[in-house]
Ligand binder design. Sequence first.
Ligand code: ADP
Length: 462
Amino acid sequence: MIRSLRARLTLWYLAFFTLLFLAFSIFLHSVLSRALERRLDEALSVEANTAAALLADEFNEMKGDVPVACSEVLGDLRLSGSTVAFLDGGRVLGSSAPLPPAEVDEIARRAAATAVSHQVVGLKQAGPHGAHAALVRIRLGGHGYLVLAVQPLDEVAADLALLRRVLLLALPLIIGLAGIGGYWLTRRNLAPLASMAAQARRITHSNLETRLDVGDAAEELTMLSASFNELLSRLDESFDHMRRFVADASHELRTPISIIRGEADVALTHDRSAAEYKQALTLVLDESRRLSRLVDDLLNLARADAGRVKLRVEEFYLNDLLAECCRSAQTLAATRGVTLDCPAHDDVSFHGDEELVRRMVMNLIDNAIRYTPTGGRVNASLESHGGDIAIRIADTGAGIAPDAAPHVFERFYRGDKARSRQDGGFGLGLSIVKWIAESHNGAVELASTPGAGSTFTVKLPR
Ligand code: ADP
């Protein structure tokens, strides 16, 4: 099995040209053979007709003496390679050259087979290549005679043999030229492919911004390189995304770890009272909780990115879930002096991962409470129309500026970094909300008026 495309194409090219040349040779041979035989037949017909006409004249002149008339005609004729003869049945009355008896027999037999006045026949038994004969019937003095002009096919065969020799000599030349041409053509057309492979080999994770350049190669190769370049762009983008994610995650992890270390260092420098130890440990515990929440979030997002989170789909009631989330968030709302309203709703059953949906709703309610000043209101409601369900969390908080709105669902995006951190946010809450909504074939929308509040709506198909 030949693996090289160049070798394969060259061989195909070669095989194609060889077959083409062979077919052309066969065609040329048969056309030429037919043309040569036709020319010979025409010449023989002319000679036989001329001889017949002359015989008729001489017959009249010689007052009906056929043998004398025959020899007179034979004396007058100018022949080029053919033999003219006169037959009376199977008897030769005269001929310009001796005719073998077998040939005479064959001619007489063929002539007897039909009664046409003029015909050309092929003689198999004459010479190594056979012969053609033009036969003309003539009646002289009430008796029928046969005038014939016969010529062996030796000359035709010699011409055809010459043609075969020429074609045979040309064949290796044609094959050689086709091979060289095919190799050169495929090499030239496939050169951009080799260059693409060399360029692609040089691309590693450190130079993903490099793009393949194939110059003005054929359209198919330009398309291939364009697709490859698009793939590189996507890879580059996701690499960038990952790098940013890792950098942001490390940055977020560093703060609680340094707080824990600092607190432990200070506590261990000299003996402290039990109350001071307790205070230090409380801080360490708080930061550790923060840390494990962050690690949980990161793990979830990383798993989601890898497509490894399998939804545990079951049927549950969204109205119950919303009511439970509201109950859990009441304490936080009360602490912040925010009123949390959760109007009751009829049963809305839903197929999904209850744990994840709860997390999504909790994140939204938690955000709404945290970003709403004391005295404000948060409303968590449910709507269901036909096949669509909408969970709406609206607040009367500060709202989100239009230029910040497109970014709030990005990982590690925080509107007010200092405040978020103080409140325990890492800027991952909304990206988790978005991922959960999308993993349930839904979407999350934001409508916000700065100064008047924000409304997050999660739309889920039932
Ligand atoms: P975090 O709350 O941890 O900062 P999120 O991803 O939950 O992270 O939110 C991203 C940003 O979106 C927040 O920092 C905040 O600026 C803004 N945001 C989210 N929810 C609200 C809301 N209900 N009202 C106003 N701003 C909000």
